[in-house]
Design a protein around this ligand. Sequence first.
Ligand code: FAD
Length: 408
Amino acid sequence: MTIAIIGGGAAGFFLAINLKRLAPNIDVTIFEKSAKVLTKVAISGGGRCNLTNSFAEIKKLNQAYPRGDKLLKRAFRLFDHRDTYKWFEDAGVPLVTQDDQCVFPYSQDSNQIVVTFIKLARELGISVKTLHRLTSITSGERYTLTFNADTRCTFDAVAITTGGSPKAEGLSYLEALGHKIILPVPSLFTFNIPSDSIRELMGVVAENAMVSLEGTNLKASGALLITHWGMSGPVILKLSSYGARLINEKQYRFNILVSWINEVNCDKIAEYINSIVRENPQKKVANVCPYNITSRLWLHILKKAEIPTDRKWVDLGKRAINKIINLLSNDQYTVHGKGSFKDEFVTCGGVSLECIEFNTMESKNCPNLYFAGEILDIDAITGGFNLQAAWTTAYVAAVAISQPLINK
Ligand SMILES: Cc1cc2nc3c(=O)[nH]c(=O)nc-3n(C[C@H](O)[C@H](O)[C@H](O)COP(=O)(O)OP(=O)(O)OC[C@H]3O[C@@H](n4cnc5c(N)ncnc54)[C@H](O)[C@@H]3O)c2cc1C
Protein backbone atom coordinates (compact mmCIF):
# COMPACT_ATOMS: atom_id res chain seq x y z
CA MET A 1 0.00 0.00 0.00
CA THR A 2 1.25 3.49 -0.80
CA ILE A 3 0.11 6.63 0.96
CA ALA A 4 0.82 10.27 0.19
CA ILE A 5 0.73 12.68 3.09
CA ILE A 6 0.24 16.20 1.82
CA GLY A 7 1.86 18.78 4.12
CA GLY A 8 5.04 18.37 6.13
CA GLY A 9 3.78 20.05 9.27
CA ALA A 10 2.80 18.90 12.76
CA ALA A 11 -0.07 16.64 11.68
CA GLY A 12 1.69 15.31 8.57
CA PHE A 13 4.82 14.16 10.41
CA PHE A 14 2.90 12.78 13.39
CA LEU A 15 0.64 10.80 11.08
CA ALA A 16 3.54 9.47 9.01
CA ILE A 17 5.63 8.40 12.01
CA ASN A 18 2.77 6.66 13.81
CA LEU A 19 1.54 4.99 10.65
CA LYS A 20 4.97 3.63 9.80
CA ARG A 21 5.39 2.36 13.36
CA LEU A 22 2.01 0.60 13.22
CA ALA A 23 2.36 -0.73 9.69
CA PRO A 24 6.01 -0.80 8.61
CA ASN A 25 5.16 -2.23 5.19
CA ILE A 26 3.17 0.78 4.07
CA ASP A 27 5.10 3.02 1.73
CA VAL A 28 4.76 6.55 3.20
CA THR A 29 5.73 9.76 1.41
CA ILE A 30 5.30 13.28 2.82
CA PHE A 31 4.95 16.02 0.20
CA GLU A 32 5.72 19.55 1.40
CA LYS A 33 5.23 22.62 -0.78
CA SER A 34 8.01 24.71 0.72
CA ALA A 35 11.74 24.08 0.97
CA LYS A 36 11.58 23.34 4.70
CA VAL A 37 9.33 21.09 6.74
CA LEU A 38 7.81 21.79 10.16
CA THR A 39 8.28 25.55 9.92
CA LYS A 40 5.24 26.33 12.05
CA VAL A 41 6.28 23.90 14.75
CA ALA A 42 9.66 25.65 14.82
CA ILE A 43 8.10 29.06 15.50
CA SER A 44 5.30 27.79 17.71
CA GLY A 45 4.93 29.06 21.24
CA GLY A 46 7.46 31.83 20.56
CA GLY A 47 10.09 29.22 19.60
CA ARG A 48 9.39 27.08 22.68
CA CYS A 49 6.48 25.00 21.26
CA ASN A 50 3.58 24.73 23.65
CA LEU A 51 2.79 21.23 22.45
CA THR A 52 -0.12 20.33 24.72
CA ASN A 53 -1.89 21.22 27.96
CA SER A 54 -2.68 19.33 31.15
CA PHE A 55 -6.39 20.12 30.54
CA ALA A 56 -6.67 20.54 34.34
CA GLU A 57 -8.58 23.82 33.94
CA ILE A 58 -10.88 22.58 31.17
CA LYS A 59 -14.25 21.51 32.54
CA LYS A 60 -16.01 21.24 29.18
CA LEU A 61 -14.15 20.59 25.96
CA ASN A 62 -15.87 23.45 24.11
CA GLN A 63 -14.15 25.88 26.52
CA ALA A 64 -10.88 24.97 24.77
CA TYR A 65 -12.28 24.01 21.36
CA PRO A 66 -15.03 26.36 20.16
CA ARG A 67 -15.03 24.26 16.99
CA GLY A 68 -14.42 20.52 16.90
CA ASP A 69 -15.11 19.58 20.52
CA LYS A 70 -17.46 16.73 19.62
CA LEU A 71 -15.04 15.10 17.21
CA LEU A 72 -12.18 15.51 19.65
CA LYS A 73 -14.17 14.13 22.57
CA ARG A 74 -14.36 10.88 20.68
CA ALA A 75 -10.82 11.02 19.28
CA PHE A 76 -9.30 11.70 22.71
CA ARG A 77 -10.44 8.23 23.76
CA LEU A 78 -7.75 6.92 21.45
CA PHE A 79 -5.09 9.59 21.93
CA ASP A 80 -5.31 12.46 24.42
CA HIS A 81 -2.93 14.88 26.17
CA ARG A 82 -1.60 12.14 28.46
CA ASP A 83 -0.75 10.03 25.44
CA THR A 84 0.95 13.05 23.87
CA TYR A 85 3.03 13.56 27.01
CA LYS A 86 4.13 9.94 27.04
CA TRP A 87 4.72 9.86 23.28
CA PHE A 88 7.16 12.75 23.35
CA GLU A 89 8.96 11.62 26.50
CA ASP A 90 9.33 8.13 24.99
CA ALA A 91 10.73 9.79 21.87
CA GLY A 92 13.45 11.40 24.00
CA VAL A 93 11.85 14.83 24.50
CA PRO A 94 11.41 15.46 28.26
CA LEU A 95 8.49 17.78 28.93
CA VAL A 96 7.50 20.24 31.63
CA THR A 97 4.05 21.46 32.69
CA GLN A 98 3.97 25.14 33.64
CA ASP A 99 1.80 26.62 36.41
CA ASP A 100 -0.64 27.78 33.72
CA GLN A 101 -0.99 24.10 32.64
CA CYS A 102 0.78 24.62 29.29
CA VAL A 103 3.22 21.84 28.39
CA PHE A 104 6.59 22.61 26.76
CA PRO A 105 9.76 20.65 26.00
CA TYR A 106 12.00 20.81 29.06
CA SER A 107 14.66 22.29 26.74
CA GLN A 108 12.26 25.20 25.97
CA ASP A 109 13.29 24.75 22.36
CA SER A 110 10.81 23.86 19.62
CA ASN A 111 13.71 22.78 17.43
CA GLN A 112 14.01 19.68 19.57
CA ILE A 113 10.60 18.59 18.24
CA VAL A 114 11.61 19.35 14.66
CA VAL A 115 14.87 17.43 14.96
CA THR A 116 13.14 14.48 16.66
CA PHE A 117 10.47 14.22 13.96
CA ILE A 118 13.00 14.41 11.13
CA LYS A 119 15.22 11.80 12.80
CA LEU A 120 12.30 9.42 13.41
CA ALA A 121 11.04 9.85 9.85
CA ARG A 122 14.49 9.03 8.49
CA GLU A 123 14.90 5.98 10.75
CA LEU A 124 11.48 4.66 9.75
CA GLY A 125 12.14 5.06 6.04
CA ILE A 126 9.53 7.76 5.41
CA SER A 127 10.26 9.59 2.22
CA VAL A 128 10.04 13.41 2.44
CA LYS A 129 9.73 15.45 -0.73
CA THR A 130 9.99 19.21 -0.32
CA LEU A 131 9.09 21.78 -2.99
CA HIS A 132 6.09 19.62 -3.93
CA ARG A 133 2.92 21.66 -3.86
CA LEU A 134 -0.20 19.60 -4.42
CA THR A 135 -2.13 21.34 -7.19
CA SER A 136 -4.82 18.79 -7.99
CA ILE A 137 -6.19 15.46 -6.90
CA THR A 138 -8.46 13.12 -8.80
CA SER A 139 -10.04 9.97 -7.46
CA GLY A 140 -10.38 6.74 -9.38
CA GLU A 141 -9.23 3.28 -8.52
CA ARG A 142 -6.25 5.06 -7.01
CA TYR A 143 -5.67 8.74 -6.31
CA THR A 144 -3.80 10.70 -8.94
CA LEU A 145 -1.97 13.66 -7.47
CA THR A 146 -0.44 16.52 -9.43
CA PHE A 147 2.38 18.52 -7.87
CA ASN A 148 3.51 21.95 -9.05
CA ALA A 149 0.98 21.54 -11.90
CA ASP A 150 3.25 19.12 -13.78
CA THR A 151 4.44 16.05 -11.78
CA ARG A 152 1.88 13.27 -11.50
CA CYS A 153 1.90 10.29 -9.08
CA THR A 154 -0.71 7.74 -8.03
CA PHE A 155 -1.34 6.44 -4.52
CA ASP A 156 -3.68 3.99 -2.79
CA ALA A 157 -4.46 6.42 -0.01
CA VAL A 158 -3.97 10.13 0.66
CA ALA A 159 -3.92 12.13 3.89
CA ILE A 160 -4.40 15.87 3.62
CA THR A 161 -2.57 17.72 6.41
CA THR A 162 -2.01 21.09 4.76
CA GLY A 163 -2.93 23.19 7.81
CA GLY A 164 -5.20 26.23 7.93
CA SER A 165 -5.94 27.83 4.58
CA PRO A 166 -6.55 31.58 4.88
CA LYS A 167 -8.84 31.52 1.82
CA ALA A 168 -11.62 29.14 0.77
CA GLU A 169 -10.21 29.06 -2.78
CA GLY A 170 -7.17 27.24 -1.37
CA LEU A 171 -9.51 24.34 -0.62
CA SER A 172 -11.48 24.30 -3.88
CA TYR A 173 -9.77 21.05 -4.99
CA LEU A 174 -11.36 19.38 -1.95
CA GLU A 175 -14.72 21.00 -2.65
CA ALA A 176 -14.51 19.52 -6.15
CA LEU A 177 -14.29 16.08 -4.50
CA GLY A 178 -17.58 16.77 -2.71
CA HIS A 179 -16.35 18.19 0.60
CA LYS A 180 -18.18 21.03 2.28
CA ILE A 181 -15.85 23.91 3.09
CA ILE A 182 -16.57 26.19 6.04
CA LEU A 183 -15.36 29.69 5.17
CA PRO A 184 -11.92 30.16 6.78
CA VAL A 185 -11.62 33.21 9.05
CA PRO A 186 -8.84 34.20 11.45
CA SER A 187 -8.92 33.30 15.13
CA LEU A 188 -6.70 34.33 18.06
CA PHE A 189 -6.29 38.05 17.46
CA THR A 190 -6.11 41.18 19.59
CA PHE A 191 -8.61 44.04 19.58
CA ASN A 192 -7.85 47.47 18.10
CA ILE A 193 -9.50 50.26 20.05
CA PRO A 194 -8.33 53.41 18.29
CA SER A 195 -8.86 56.88 19.69
CA ASP A 196 -9.78 55.70 23.17
CA SER A 197 -7.91 57.02 26.17
CA ILE A 198 -7.59 53.45 27.50
CA ARG A 199 -4.53 53.08 25.25
CA GLU A 200 -2.70 55.58 27.48
CA LEU A 201 -2.60 52.76 30.04
CA MET A 202 -0.36 50.68 27.76
CA GLY A 203 1.33 47.92 29.77
CA VAL A 204 -1.34 47.80 32.49
CA VAL A 205 -2.66 44.32 33.29
CA ALA A 206 -6.03 43.57 34.86
CA GLU A 207 -5.26 40.13 36.28
CA ASN A 208 -8.83 38.95 36.63
CA ALA A 209 -11.09 40.52 34.02
CA MET A 210 -14.15 39.34 32.17
CA VAL A 211 -14.94 40.54 28.66
CA SER A 212 -18.15 39.91 26.75
CA LEU A 213 -19.31 40.63 23.22
CA GLU A 214 -22.21 43.05 23.53
CA GLY A 215 -25.52 41.58 22.40
CA THR A 216 -24.33 37.97 22.63
CA ASN A 217 -23.73 35.45 25.39
CA LEU A 218 -20.06 35.09 24.39
CA LYS A 219 -17.71 35.94 27.23
CA ALA A 220 -14.28 35.02 28.54
CA SER A 221 -12.35 35.53 31.77
CA GLY A 222 -8.66 35.92 32.48
CA ALA A 223 -5.87 38.46 32.38
CA LEU A 224 -6.33 41.52 30.16
CA LEU A 225 -3.36 43.48 28.85
CA ILE A 226 -3.75 47.06 27.64
CA THR A 227 -1.57 47.76 24.61
CA HIS A 228 -0.75 50.82 22.55
CA TRP A 229 -3.36 49.71 20.00
CA GLY A 230 -6.09 48.45 22.33
CA MET A 231 -6.47 45.23 24.26
CA SER A 232 -4.70 41.87 24.31
CA GLY A 233 -3.93 39.11 26.81
CA PRO A 234 -5.47 35.67 27.40
CA VAL A 235 -9.02 36.95 27.92
CA ILE A 236 -9.05 38.84 24.61
CA LEU A 237 -7.50 35.96 22.64
CA LYS A 238 -10.03 33.58 24.14
CA LEU A 239 -12.93 35.87 23.23
CA SER A 240 -11.53 36.30 19.70
CA SER A 241 -11.60 32.51 19.41
CA TYR A 242 -15.13 32.11 20.79
CA GLY A 243 -16.43 34.90 18.56
CA ALA A 244 -14.15 34.39 15.52
CA ARG A 245 -16.96 33.84 13.02
CA LEU A 246 -19.39 36.39 14.45
CA ILE A 247 -16.70 39.05 14.70
CA ASN A 248 -15.75 38.37 11.08
CA GLU A 249 -19.39 38.85 10.08
CA LYS A 250 -19.34 42.18 11.91
CA GLN A 251 -16.23 43.07 9.90
CA TYR A 252 -14.23 43.54 13.08
CA ARG A 253 -16.40 46.41 14.34
CA PHE A 254 -18.22 45.60 17.55
CA ASN A 255 -18.70 46.59 21.18
CA ILE A 256 -17.26 44.80 24.18
CA LEU A 257 -18.19 45.08 27.83
CA VAL A 258 -15.32 44.81 30.28
CA SER A 259 -15.67 43.82 33.91
CA TRP A 260 -12.26 44.77 35.27
CA ILE A 261 -12.91 42.64 38.34
CA ASN A 262 -14.59 39.56 36.81
CA GLU A 263 -17.79 40.41 38.65
CA VAL A 264 -21.04 41.71 37.19
CA ASN A 265 -23.32 41.46 40.18
CA CYS A 266 -23.92 45.13 41.06
CA ASP A 267 -25.30 44.36 44.52
CA LYS A 268 -22.15 42.45 45.46
CA ILE A 269 -19.95 45.25 44.15
CA ALA A 270 -22.05 47.87 45.99
CA GLU A 271 -21.61 45.91 49.21
CA TYR A 272 -17.86 45.83 48.67
CA ILE A 273 -17.63 49.55 47.84
CA ASN A 274 -19.73 50.42 50.92
CA SER A 275 -17.30 48.42 53.04
CA ILE A 276 -14.43 50.54 51.64
CA VAL A 277 -16.40 53.69 52.52
CA ARG A 278 -16.97 52.41 56.07
CA GLU A 279 -13.33 51.41 56.59
CA ASN A 280 -11.65 54.36 54.86
CA PRO A 281 -14.04 57.31 55.17
CA GLN A 282 -11.35 60.01 55.35
CA LYS A 283 -9.00 58.57 52.72
CA LYS A 284 -8.85 60.03 49.25
CA VAL A 285 -10.50 57.82 46.63
CA ALA A 286 -7.29 57.69 44.58
CA ASN A 287 -5.44 56.06 47.47
CA VAL A 288 -7.59 52.94 47.90
CA CYS A 289 -7.81 50.75 44.79
CA PRO A 290 -10.83 48.44 44.91
CA TYR A 291 -10.30 44.75 44.18
CA ASN A 292 -6.52 45.37 44.02
CA ILE A 293 -6.75 46.70 40.46
CA THR A 294 -3.68 48.71 39.52
CA SER A 295 -3.52 52.34 40.54
CA ARG A 296 -3.26 53.49 36.89
CA LEU A 297 -6.42 51.62 35.97
CA TRP A 298 -8.24 52.95 39.04
CA LEU A 299 -7.27 56.54 38.18
CA HIS A 300 -8.55 55.94 34.64
CA ILE A 301 -11.89 54.74 36.01
CA LEU A 302 -12.15 57.73 38.34
CA LYS A 303 -11.41 60.07 35.43
CA LYS A 304 -14.03 58.37 33.27
CA ALA A 305 -16.52 58.68 36.14
CA GLU A 306 -15.57 62.38 36.49
CA ILE A 307 -14.70 61.94 40.16
CA PRO A 308 -11.86 64.16 41.46
CA THR A 309 -9.01 62.02 42.77
CA ASP A 310 -8.74 63.99 46.03
CA ARG A 311 -12.37 63.42 46.98
CA LYS A 312 -12.77 61.46 50.24
CA TRP A 313 -14.60 58.14 50.17
CA VAL A 314 -17.15 59.44 52.68
CA ASP A 315 -18.03 62.32 50.36
CA LEU A 316 -18.89 60.11 47.38
CA GLY A 317 -22.57 60.45 46.68
CA LYS A 318 -24.82 57.63 45.51
CA ARG A 319 -24.51 58.78 41.91
CA ALA A 320 -20.70 58.65 41.99
CA ILE A 321 -20.75 55.21 43.61
CA ASN A 322 -23.11 53.93 40.94
CA LYS A 323 -20.80 55.27 38.23
CA ILE A 324 -17.87 53.42 39.83
CA ILE A 325 -19.87 50.20 40.08
CA ASN A 326 -20.91 50.49 36.46
CA LEU A 327 -17.41 51.17 35.18
CA LEU A 328 -15.84 48.39 37.24
CA SER A 329 -18.34 45.83 35.99
CA ASN A 330 -19.62 46.99 32.64
CA ASP A 331 -17.15 49.30 30.93
CA GLN A 332 -18.01 49.61 27.24
CA TYR A 333 -15.45 49.89 24.41
CA THR A 334 -15.85 49.97 20.66
CA VAL A 335 -13.47 47.73 18.74
CA HIS A 336 -12.45 48.86 15.25
CA GLY A 337 -10.38 46.14 13.72
CA LYS A 338 -8.16 43.32 14.80
CA GLY A 339 -4.48 43.13 15.48
CA SER A 340 -2.39 40.02 15.10
CA PHE A 341 -1.15 37.64 17.72
CA LYS A 342 2.06 36.40 16.29
CA ASP A 343 2.85 33.87 19.00
CA GLU A 344 -0.06 31.68 18.03
CA PHE A 345 -2.54 32.20 15.26
CA VAL A 346 -5.02 29.74 13.80
CA THR A 347 -7.70 29.51 11.16
CA CYS A 348 -11.31 28.90 12.12
CA GLY A 349 -13.09 26.97 9.35
CA GLY A 350 -11.83 24.54 6.71
CA VAL A 351 -13.11 21.09 5.79
CA SER A 352 -16.49 20.62 7.45
CA LEU A 353 -16.63 17.87 10.07
CA GLU A 354 -19.91 16.77 8.45
CA CYS A 355 -17.73 15.17 5.75
CA ILE A 356 -15.51 13.24 8.18
CA GLU A 357 -15.87 9.88 9.91
CA PHE A 358 -15.06 10.77 13.52
CA ASN A 359 -13.56 7.34 14.31
CA THR A 360 -11.10 7.33 11.43
CA MET A 361 -10.69 10.87 10.02
CA GLU A 362 -11.61 9.38 6.66
CA SER A 363 -13.64 11.39 4.18
CA LYS A 364 -17.27 10.25 3.97
CA ASN A 365 -17.21 11.03 0.24
CA CYS A 366 -13.89 9.58 -0.82
CA PRO A 367 -12.68 6.24 0.55
CA ASN A 368 -8.99 6.18 1.51
CA LEU A 369 -8.82 9.96 1.72
CA TYR A 370 -8.00 11.16 5.26
CA PHE A 371 -7.65 14.51 6.99
CA ALA A 372 -5.77 15.66 10.07
CA GLY A 373 -4.76 18.92 11.69
CA GLU A 374 -5.86 22.48 11.13
CA ILE A 375 -7.27 21.88 7.65
CA LEU A 376 -10.30 20.52 9.50
CA ASP A 377 -12.89 22.86 10.98
CA ILE A 378 -11.27 22.43 14.40
CA ASP A 379 -9.48 25.16 16.31
CA ALA A 380 -8.78 26.11 19.87
CA ILE A 381 -7.86 28.85 22.28
CA THR A 382 -4.17 29.32 23.10
CA GLY A 383 -2.40 26.95 25.48
CA GLY A 384 -1.21 23.98 23.40
CA PHE A 385 -4.71 22.87 22.43
CA ASN A 386 -4.23 23.44 18.70
CA LEU A 387 -1.20 21.21 18.46
CA GLN A 388 -2.98 18.63 20.62
CA ALA A 389 -5.77 18.56 18.01
CA ALA A 390 -3.14 18.01 15.29
CA TRP A 391 -1.50 15.11 17.22
CA THR A 392 -4.85 13.49 18.04
CA THR A 393 -6.42 13.66 14.58
CA ALA A 394 -3.15 12.48 13.01
CA TYR A 395 -2.88 9.56 15.40
CA VAL A 396 -6.50 8.50 14.82
CA ALA A 397 -5.93 8.61 11.05
CA ALA A 398 -2.71 6.59 11.40
CA VAL A 399 -4.49 3.85 13.37
CA ALA A 400 -7.38 3.78 10.91
CA ILE A 401 -5.12 3.54 7.88
CA SER A 402 -3.07 0.80 9.50
CA GLN A 403 -6.04 -1.24 10.63
CA PRO A 404 -8.72 -0.81 7.98
CA LEU A 405 -10.61 -3.91 8.96
CA ILE A 406 -11.09 -2.83 12.56
CA ASN A 407 -12.39 0.63 11.82
CA LYS A 408 -14.50 0.19 8.71
C1 FAD B 1 3.26 31.64 15.08
C2 FAD B 1 2.43 30.49 15.54
C3 FAD B 1 2.68 29.92 16.78
C4 FAD B 1 1.90 28.84 17.22
N1 FAD B 1 2.16 28.31 18.44
C5 FAD B 1 1.41 27.28 18.89
C6 FAD B 1 1.66 26.68 20.15
O1 FAD B 1 2.62 27.02 20.84
N2 FAD B 1 0.82 25.68 20.56
C7 FAD B 1 -0.23 25.23 19.81
O2 FAD B 1 -0.94 24.33 20.22
N3 FAD B 1 -0.47 25.77 18.59
C8 FAD B 1 0.32 26.76 18.12
N4 FAD B 1 0.07 27.30 16.90
C9 FAD B 1 -0.95 26.66 16.05
C10 FAD B 1 -0.32 25.37 15.48
O3 FAD B 1 1.00 25.64 15.05
C11 FAD B 1 -1.14 24.82 14.34
O4 FAD B 1 -2.46 24.62 14.77
C12 FAD B 1 -0.52 23.50 13.87
O5 FAD B 1 0.77 23.72 13.35
C13 FAD B 1 -1.38 22.86 12.79
O6 FAD B 1 -0.69 21.73 12.30
P1 FAD B 1 -0.95 21.24 10.80
O7 FAD B 1 0.01 20.14 10.57
O8 FAD B 1 -2.38 21.02 10.60
O9 FAD B 1 -0.55 22.49 9.90
P2 FAD B 1 0.89 23.13 9.66
O10 FAD B 1 1.76 22.91 10.83
O11 FAD B 1 0.60 24.52 9.23
O12 FAD B 1 1.49 22.29 8.45
C14 FAD B 1 0.90 22.28 7.17
C15 FAD B 1 2.00 22.08 6.15
O13 FAD B 1 1.40 21.83 4.87
C16 FAD B 1 2.13 22.52 3.90
N5 FAD B 1 1.23 22.71 2.73
C17 FAD B 1 0.18 23.55 2.64
N6 FAD B 1 -0.42 23.44 1.44
C18 FAD B 1 0.28 22.49 0.75
C19 FAD B 1 0.14 21.93 -0.54
N7 FAD B 1 -0.82 22.31 -1.38
N8 FAD B 1 1.03 20.96 -0.92
C20 FAD B 1 2.02 20.54 -0.09
N9 FAD B 1 2.19 21.06 1.14
C21 FAD B 1 1.32 22.01 1.58
C22 FAD B 1 2.55 23.80 4.59
O14 FAD B 1 3.64 24.42 3.93
C23 FAD B 1 2.88 23.29 5.98
O15 FAD B 1 4.24 22.90 6.08
C24 FAD B 1 0.85 28.36 16.42
C25 FAD B 1 0.61 28.94 15.17
C26 FAD B 1 1.40 29.98 14.74
C27 FAD B 1 1.12 30.60 13.39
